[in-house]
Design a protein around this ligand. Sequence first.
Ligand code: ADP
Length: 583
Amino acid sequence: MINFFLGNTKKYFLIIALINVLSGLTVPLNIFLIQRIIDTAVVSGKSGFGNDFTYILFYLGLQIVTVLLAQSDKLLRTIFGNTLEINWGKDILEKSAKVQYKYFEQTKSYETIHRILSGFKENITGITDITSSVTKITISMFGVFYFIMQTEWWIFIALLITTFPVWLFSIISTLRERDTYTEIYPYFLRANYLSKMINSRESIKEVRLYNFFKHINKLWSEVLSKFQRGQLLSNLKPRYIAGAFIFLQYFVVTVIIFMLVYPLRKGLMTIGVFVALAQAMWNYVGNFQYEIINIIQKINHLRVFAKDYKTFMALDENSSALCGGDANNINFTSIEFKDVWFRYDDSSEYVLKGVNFSISNNELIALVGLNGSGKTTIIKLLLGLLHPTKGDVLVDGMPVSDIQVTKRKKIFSVIFQDFAKYNISLRENIALSNLDFINNEKEMIRILNSLTNQAELVQNLKDGFDTSLGKDIDGGTDLSGGQWQTVAIARALFSDSSCIVMDEPTAAIDPIAEVEVYNQLISAAKNKAAVFVTHRLGSTRLAHTIYTLDKGIIVEKGSHEELMERNGIYAEMFNTQKRWYEK
Ligand code: ADP
């Protein structure tokens, strides 16, 4: 457990613990010095060095040491936290890059991944807080208890008996709180989403135009208050009970102080001891108990986080993710879908039902069908992002998911409908698919030129290829939708893969412009295989083979002419869309 949390930061942990042992000692020392200051002043009746002055100077020195220790603790905790953040962050980000893509599609595992990524900073602060609080409190408590036992041992017993219920109910309340937290986390995620919906750059134009801010704002506050109420209710009752026991302790302490008045009056107890004992008891009930409740809460947060973290770390990885290996052989003879059935883990229905087809190394394939017929799912399986529930997706006889990532990226490049608009330089935007050639501007210009002379795009940017794109960066240049699309296409072409996959990247432009883009793409990708998904059929004439999908089944296969002759679903779709292409 300790190794799991601390890794190679044990030295910081030990120094912080040491500082807090010293900090802990200052508390009973304070009480002791107060007793001495009062008693020497009262007993000797005169002030001076060797009497109460010495103790007062000691007291001053102790305050200075306390401040120094607190500051060092703060500084070291920051360094400790930063180091933990980098260590853990690296592991967490590497793991999230390796886990199978399907977990991002499943609600439960996505929630776990989200909780880990968004909660690990808070838990790191938790670890540093616990390290210093536990050491400090343990030492000061023992010190204070020792002082009390030396003077009036029965007070120690009374405090101990009234302490256990406080700790017990704190543990119960905090256990409940975190279990409920996991249950109500979906509300938190939803609230985050809704807040982003009215604040993000993508949606802000529609928010202004349709003025739906109030509606979403209402939904957001409803969902968030469900989350908050859940959090509050989960620990309210046991927390009140713990609070009631703290009050009981205050009452007990008050009674004890009344009881001490008698020996004080009789001269059986010095004023110094009386004041010091009272301070020790108030300290214990007031500060320590609340601190201990906080520690219990933080330890429990860590317990739940560790559980999540274990689940996260145990998520299956792509067998070949991030592996090295021979990536030179980028050619393939054929890719084959062999009786592929697929069902998303969240649902019981198959979205692909016995899909069979193959792609040879210079073939152009079009997948067509209505929305929801399973086209994108086929693409995710083709790229090895998802694995078939039954059947196989094979590249030259090898399951695609077993192919090393370095090699897989040489085989496939892809442009999705919701292609990414990376807020980094144009050079990086294009070269992300093949970073070894990030300085090959000649190739970038060649590719951009092949896409309707888009090299102009670079000339118009103030720093050429090094211009930062997007509005998220200060001084960044935003591009038009079409220009972003060009950049995404250029990225796919730059990877020099042997098969280009296009999942409706042109859905945002008009049908005639779409045909033009496909024309350019296909001529730029000469001698390569290409798979393109579309529900608009103007570009399908370019394909060697067209597959029509209907509810997860391939119902037609052939060239455009063959399918038109067949007069089935494809022909019907084509005839409906014909007028889009009439000039
Ligand atoms: P298309 O690309 O043809 O529009 P998809 O492959 O995106 O179709 O979707 C096929 C079916 O799978 C649809 O019924 C859709 O609702 C369902 N589906 C898609 N993604 C998921 C997911 N992550 N979880 C559950 N069902 C999904």
